[in-house]
Design a protein around this ligand. Structure first.
Ligand SMILES: Nc1ncnc2c1ncn2[C@@H]1O[C@H](COP(=O)(O)OP(=O)(O)O)[C@@H](O)[C@H]1O
Ligand SMILES: N[C@@H](CCOP(=O)(O)O)C(=O)O
Length: 327
């Protein structure tokens, strides 16, 4: 379910007329996604040859005051040849408009599909695209506070409470409280930082064959350590679904692809074993809170926090072996 708001044909045509993209031809709701409403929009195109866009209505989770940051980040990266959709500005130059109390933005449509079970070549391309993005944000002038960092994981886990966590899984509370202590003690400092994606799961990457055709869903982007973003991507891509087994060829290809564009410093490599565990805790905490907030029988599929507990335990048992300079 990812169309939360009904927009009538007249309302959509009126909206599209505020952009220089031709007339509305069709609008189809997109089923994927959970946070926002998305439509594929087809128009006659400004030159009459037809054009396709994504219309996003921001429904929840995103603060309106953050929208200029997210949208200018898309434009910045698109202008630097990253495979990121740029925004279409309306005839008055605005990157987003309001429909009632909700913001909407028209963005470029990118081809490609999200893969469920990546190959090593695909992971290599994702590593390259991530590193390219990290280089391209170097001159991005805006910042955004990391709202999903260590303090928030701690706050979220404590808000859930041990009893509720144990209702999800009897091993969850002990694991989460112990792990938060480890992360608080070991969290690195003083590493290169910049604006990073922070949620580059396979469903936020579009691929054409082995090549990345789109990086999407930048709505968790924030200023943080650059290597932490690689850690999030590593934790999200390198396991079988459920987190039961590590896919060494995927983790290694991702790192190789990344380092073919941006080499990690010795200090960044040394921080990776903690960063990947932090990345797991980030999704354990948000998934646990979402799990407890989602009523039984709701249409939204719950994501299992234990999947990332297993990934974290694997990382803890591997130590620095996955992140040595020769990988
Ligand atoms: N620029 C784009 N080009 C093509 N498809 C897109 C684009 N942006 C989003 N999509 C499609 O819309 C779906 C949901 O988008 P996403 O931003 O991930 O939503 P949510 O934030 O609700 O998770 C994606 O899985 C993808 O299929
Ligand atoms: N990728 C995260 C949750 C964020 O949801 P998204 O649909 O906005 O990517 C997870 O898997 O827990």
């Amino acid at each position: 379910m990812a169309v939360y708001t009904h927009l009538g044909a007249e309302e959509l045509a009126e909206l599209i007329a505020t952009y220089d993209v031709g007339e509305l031809v069709s609008a189809k709701g997109i089923a994927e996604g959970v946070s926002n409403s998305n439509w594929i929009i087809e128009t006659s195109g400004s030159d009459g040859t037809g054009a396709r866009f994504i219309l996003t209505m921001y429904e929840r989770r995103i603060e309106l005051s953050d929208l200029p940051f997210f949208l200018s980040l898309l434009d910045h990266l698109a202008a630097r040849d990253c495979p990121v959709p740029g925004t279409i500005h309306d005839r008055e130059g605005a990157a987003f408009r309001m429909i009632g109390d909700k913001a909407v933005a028209l963005i470029e449509y990118l081809p490609g599909v999200s893969v469920d079970h990546p190959t090593a070549n695909q992971a290599h391309s994702v590593g390259k695209a991530l590193a390219q993005m990290h280089l391209a944000v170097d001159d991005f002038e805006h910042q955004r506070h990391q709202t999903m960092g260590l303090a928030e994981w701690d706050h979220t886990i404590n808000r859930c409470g041990a009893e509720a966590l144990d209702r999800i899984d009897p091993a969850l509370a002990d694991f989460a409280f112990d792990e938060l202590g480890v992360l608080a003690g070991d969290w690195p400092g003083g590493l290169p930082h910049g604006v990073v994606h922070c949620d580059l799961f396979p469903d936020n990457v579009l691929m054409l064959g082995d090549e990345v055709s789109g990086l999407i869903d930048f709505y968790f982007a924030a200023t943080d350590f650059i290597a932490y973003d690689l850690a999030v991507t590593h934790a999200a891509w390198s396991f079988e679904r459920g987190g039961h087994s590590y896919r060494p060829e995927i983790g290694a290809a991702l790192l190789r692809g990344y380092q073919s564009v941006r080499e990690l410093s010795a200090a960044e490599l040394a921080a990776m074993p903690v960063f990947v565990r932090g990345a797991c805790m980030r999704f354990i905490s948000s998934r646990a809170a979402d799990w407890l907030d989602t009523p039984d029988g709701a249409l939204v599929a719950r994501k299992d926090p234990m999947d990332f507990v297993r990934r974290s335990q694997f990382y803890a048992s591997s130590g620095s072996a996955l992140f040595t300079p020769h990988v």
